[in-house]
Structure formats: structure tokens, C-alpha cells
Design a protein around this ligand. Structure first.
Ligand SMILES: [Zn+2]
Length: 130
């Protein structure tokens, strides 16, 4: 997964829309199976793929549930609505305002790169130098 550039939507929302797309894909695949019912093996493939997509989206929904439990609930300073944060840097679910839990990053241009291990390592190196 290559995530670049600034944050434009909160992570939980992104995963949620991904799960929704999966369900639709599954339904479409099963519908495709109905259209090709004259060819038995093709119908079977469509149905299995559709079922897999739906099962996978259920897994993703469960995963969102556990992520939400781990997420830190905060009140967005920008729109003053309650939102949840995943990782050190995330965006508000309501107004897309980039948020951070890390005081060191406050005021800096927030980027998803701050969640990556390499950045943390670099920050650690900088700390030991100074
Ligand atoms: Zn907000």
C-alpha cells in the first residue's frame, strides 16, 4: 500500500468505504453468475468469487471494529465534533482536518509518512544526536 501526500480522509472511513465496495463487488459477481448460468463452470467461478468478496468484506468490518476500539477518541479542534484517531497522524472524520497526538509534529505539515516506522527511526536518531 503506497500512501503518499497529505491526508484527505480518516483511515477508518477509508477502510469502511473499501468494505462497502467489496460487498457491492460481491453482489455484482453473483449477479454475473446468474447471467452466465448457461455455462456451469463460469457460474460457479462467479459465485465463489462473489462469496469470497462478501466474506472478506465481513472480515474487514470486524477489523474496523477492533481498530475503532484501539482508536483514540478525541474532540476535533477544528469542528468540535468527536472523532477517532488511528496512529499518530490521522484526519478528522467530519471536516478532514489533519490531527496529531504527537506534540513534536504539531504545527508541521502533517503527512501519513509520520506513521511509518522509518520516520520514527529517523526521529529517534535525531534525538540521540542532539
Ligand atoms: Zn473536524
Amino acid at each position: 500500500m503506497a500512501q503518499q501526500g497529505s491526508i484527505n480522509s480518516s483511515k477508518i472511513n477509508k477502510i469502511r468505504s473499501f468494505a462497502l465496495i467489496l460487498i457491492f463487488a460481491g453482489i455484482l459477481l453473483m449477479y454475473g453468475g446468474l447471467l452466465t448460468r448457461s455455462t456451469e463452470w463460469l457460474m460457479a467461478i462467479f459465485f465463489i468469487l462473489g462469496l469470497l468478496a462478501i466474506v472478506f468484506s465481513c472480515v474487514v468490518y470486524v477489523w474496523i471494529g477492533t481498530l475503532s476500539l484501539r482508536a483514540v477518541p478525541i474532540v476535533c479542534p477544528s469542528c468540535e465534533k468527536p472523532t477517532k484517531m488511528l496512529g499518530r497522524v490521522d484526519a478528522c472524520m467530519h471536516c478532514k482536518q489533519p490531527l496529531t497526538l504527537d506534540k513534536d509534529l504539531e504545527g508541521e505539515e502533517l503527512d501519513t509518512k509520520y506513521n511509518k516506522r522509518s520516520y520514527k527511526k529517523k526521529a529517534k536518531e535525531n534525538n540521540t544526536k542532539s
